[in-house]
Write a protein that binds this ligand. Sequence first.
Ligand code: HEC
Ligand code: HEC
Length: 284
Amino acid sequence: MFFETRISVDGNVSCSHCHLPERQGSDGLPKSFGVFGKANPRNAPTIFNAAYQFKAHWRGDRETIEEQAEKSPTGPATFGNPDFPAVIVKLKSIPGYTELFGRAFPGKADPMTQKNWGEAIGAFERTLPQRTRFDAYLKGDTKALSPAEQAGLQKFIDIGCANCHSGVGLGGGSFAKFGIVSDYWKETGVADPDKGRADVTKNDADLYVFKVPSLRNVVATGPYFHDGSVADLTRAVRVMGKTQLGLDLSDKDAAAITTFLGALTQSVPINYSAPTPFPDTPRE
Ligand code: HEC
Ligand code: HEC
């Protein structure tokens, strides 16, 4: 279903339309485009390690990846369906899915539900996290990181990046204001700053607050930030130094950190590609 375009209103959009295998589960665009080329308000993060995170989306407006998957098909700038029953009608019209849902959720009179769609996609997404050289290093293989990468890691910890980008995902476990020391839009140059979580909670304390993103795969998933406003990773590292820590990072330090971030890249999971069609259903 992750690779299924036939449930979108224009027949062209699947989850993988914006979370592409060849882009490490992201799309390489500042902001994504859904059905009929409609622009999404934010940048598409990679989903490879979304399962680790405490909430989904930049503003944390989805509790789990399952809830994310349940709601995506009715997004106006994703799949464009008016409601979920319209999605079920499409799914039921495609031979194969009724049987697959029956097998995946046995003993249910009507297993093809919005909740089970979310469960099934979430189950797939939970297979995607892979080990990286950094994980080998953490397990004690000190040679898994080059001396330059280790120096970058040390810098990353010493100056305070790891205070926010912490835990198994190096981020993905908390919210923080983008622009603790200085306004983010002055550094990134955006004209219409996104208010972040404040638009979700209607609470001024959440103004410009976003989820601290996981830095896994970050070298491969630019452009950066919720609005895709910065294309270059070293530049993004400098923006972080300035806005979050009040530091003007030297070229050497910014480069060292960027080098370390390269060790957080995983290989594309082998099951992250469109499956062959069901034997009895040629794809249009
Ligand atoms: C039109 C492009 C598009 C399509 C189609 C799309 N996504 Fe996304 N996805 C995005 C964007 C943009 C975001 C960030 C949204 C936000 O934070 O407001 C996102 C966020 C996510 C996240 C949260 C990642 C994180 O780090 O917080 C997950 C998980 C995800 N999508 C899975 C899916 C699944 C599953 C589907 C199919 C049911 C799907 N996406 C379809 C563009 C898309
Ligand atoms: C106070 C918390 C905090 C600190 C400290 C912090 N960050 Fe961040 N970081 C964030 C938040 C929040 C975002 C999301 C900003 C946005 O786009 O809305 C982010 C985004 C990023 C991104 C962009 C990721 C992407 O996928 O677009 C990178 C790279 C990054 N941080 C690296 C660093 C580095 C390197 C440091 C240290 C110099 C650092 N961060 C320090 C909170 C923090």
